[in-house]
Design a protein around this ligand. Structure first.
Ligand SMILES: [Zn+2]
Length: 506
């Protein structure tokens, strides 16, 4: 990640995490793990490390399956490490286990002997966060000793983990803001995806939007950003009466504001953007949307599904937006340099180059047709000049055309037209070959045989196969390919292959 100039307050304000129930407490007994919903990463999204205690650790039984069960095949699974993984449950953590559409954090554990251990991901199992820790040897015994229950450990995001988290937070909170503004336009969010860095994420909405409509939504969202609306979280116990609505569309699909079915943490958590939005969500969100400038790609992508006409609206914010700007600028600067013009002139220059290319292509076609005609006339002249029983001839060309066989065919067609107008033409057999100017052992030369007698054409093709290893075939006209460097020797081999057929000559 290149740029990360997103300004956040240095610490999370004490008013950020609000327990709104009289009876709910964050468990302080270090022998139990704090349920997902009340974790340090959720109470204080700017906290990067804490000291805590191991509750349990075991060797991971299998590669970690996708916890939401609906990951597309395209999404890359984390690399399977060669060493066994440990599943470590801590009393508390700053490493967010994936949830609410937000991917898992990565981080580092420090055991009491000062050793560092990579956390490659964290997942929610029921109501608790499980850290997947890479062990350092095959037996994993040393790792299990370092993470015995009650052991003191440090848990940190580390630089890489923090950059990843900051990006995820900026994109996730921007999604809440975007969905809230879309809601006011009667465009409910059907689903969303926090795509892998650095691609734009998207919300799925029931219909496509015009560029003007998108610009208006972007303006409205950024007005709220400029106002620097604050973000806070309210938590309470979860019970039947306050269960978030499992809102459904007419099509029966969930609108995505419900709790995961396997969540057993007993905490209801609501993320509030002041005066804008209240959404049940377990994700990590910065304490303000200040400076979370939102950019919407100015078009929607329609999704072809039998029952719906939904569309995706793509968005960028925070470090991902800055990266996007940098990458787009680099592309534009490179294109401008290649075209020897300034960036603003690029579209005009590209149109100009495309138009010139079209005209040049047309001219090449015209000139090729004219040249094929002239070459054919020359060949017909030679055939007629041979007189008597006719002519067997070979002509070799050097040609860097994309389709050299096409040009040889054009010569043969022009020849056929020309020779038809010459009742005095004797029988003939013509071999045309063509090689590129710079040749290597892998180069391809093409060969075309045509003549007044189909049987002779086939005989000539068979002789070229035998003498020169030309691979080819065809009825009436025989064409083939030769692989390697075509030199004098190859042209002489063609003459030799044709020698027994020169019976058409007097
Ligand atoms: Zn959310």
């Amino acid at each position: 990640m290149a740029a990360a100039a997103v300004l956040l307050p240095p610490v999370t304000p004490p008013t950020y995490h609000r327990i709104v129930s009289e009876t709910l407490r964050v468990p302080f007994d270090e022998k139990v793990s704090i349920p997902v919903g009340l974790l340090a990463c959720q109470r204080d999204p700017l906290l990067r490390e804490i000291a805590t205690t191991v509750v349990s650790a075991r060797i991971s039984q299998a590669p970690t399956p996708p916890s939401n069960g609906r990951k597309s095949k395209k999404e890359k699974a984390p690399p399977v490490p060669s060493e066994p993984l440990l599943e470590v449950v801590l009393h508390d953590t700053v490493i967010f286990p994936e949830g609410g559409g937000q991917p898992s954090d990565i981080g580092v554990l420090t055991s009491s002997d000062g050793e560092l251990w990579d956390v490659i991901e964290a997942k929610r199992h029921g109501g608790h966060a499980v850290h997947y820790v890479r062990s350092k040897d095959q037996s994993a015994d040393r790792a299990l000793r370092s993470f015995s229950p009650g052991a003191k450990v440090g848990v940190a995001l580390g630089d890489e983990g923090w950059r990843r988290r900051l990006d995820h937070m900026c994109m996730h909170t921007s999604q809440h803001l975007l969905s809230a503004v879309l809601d006011t336009r009667n465009l409910p969010t059907l689903s969303w995806s926090l795509t892998a860095w650095p691609t734009p994420s998207y919300v799925e909405i029931p219909r496509s939007m015009s560029a003007d409509e998108i610009a208006s939504v972007q303006d409205e969202a950024n007005r709220l950003v400029f106002e620097g609306r604050s973000v806070h979280v309210e938590v309470e116990e979860l019970h039947d009466e306050n269960m978030p609505d499992q809102a459904k569309l007419e099509s029966g699909r969930n609108v995505g504001k419900a709790l995961p079915a396997d969540y057993t943490g007993g905490v209801k958590r609501t993320v509030i953007i002041d005066g804008v939005d209240r959404s049940p969500c377990c994700g990590t969100h910065p304490p303000t949307i200040h400076n979370l400038q939102l950019f919407l790609l100015p078009h929607t992508e329609s999704l072809a599904r039998a029952s719906t006409a939904s569309a995706r609206l793509y968005f960028l914010a925070g470090p991902r937006l800055l990266h996007h700007l940098g990458a787009v600028h680099a592309h534009l600067a490179r294109t401008a340099a290649a075209l020897s013009c300034g960036a603003p002139q690029v579209p005009e220059r590209v149109e100009q180059v495309a138009e010139e290319r079209k005209r040049a292509g047309k001219r090449v076609d015209d000139v090729e047709a004219e040249l094929a005609g002239l070459l054919a006339r020359d060949l017909v002249g030679a055939v007629v000049g041979a007189g008597g029983a006719g002519a067997v001839m070979h002509r070799h060309r050097t040609d860097d055309a994309a389709n050299p066989l096409g040009f040889l065919n054009a010569i043969s067609m022009a020849f056929a037209r020309e020779v038809a107008a010459r009742p005095d033409a004797p029988p003939y057999l013509v071999v045309l070959s063509s090689s590129p100017s710079a040749q290597t052992a892998a180069s391809t030369s093409v060969v075309l045989v045509f003549g007044s007698d189909e049987a002779r054409v086939k005989e000539a093709g068979d002789a070229l196969k035998a003498k020169l290893n030309v691979k080819g075939g065809g009825k009436g006209r025989w064409s083939g390919k030769f692989t390697g460097v075509w030199r004098e020797k190859e042209s002489r081999a063609v003459e030799e292959a044709l020698a027994p057929l020169s019976g058409v000559n007097p």
